[in-house]
Design a protein around this ligand. Sequence first.
Ligand SMILES: Cc1cc2nc3c(=O)[nH]c(=O)nc-3n(C[C@H](O)[C@H](O)[C@H](O)COP(=O)(O)O)c2cc1C
Length: 75
Amino acid sequence: MKIAVVYWSGTGNTKAMAESMLDGAKAAGAETDLYSVDQFSADQMAGYDGFLFGCSAMGCEVLEEAEFEPFFQEA
Ligand SMILES: Cc1cc2nc3c(=O)[nH]c(=O)nc-3n(C[C@H](O)[C@H](O)[C@H](O)COP(=O)(O)O)c2cc1C
């Protein structure tokens, strides 16, 4: 099982959660990669079996709009 953890983080909280999720998936035997959303695009998804997406709430309970939201729509 190959898993990609893809996140957006402004002040590091979601990044810390993404790293913990990565450790958990690794401990469960998965092959894992960690990406901040600017390093990953939807056309890379074919190389993975599963995904963990993380983004902090920004604006008014919405996804970060410049990078994560467009990626998530495409994904
Ligand atoms: C501009 C801005 C808007 C925010 N809007 C929300 C919101 O709508 N709801 C919420 O629960 N938290 C909101 N927050 C709080 C962040 O989601 C929270 O601090 C989060 O832990 C940040 O995670 P990060 O360090 O990964 O960016 C906002 C923070 C900022 C800076």
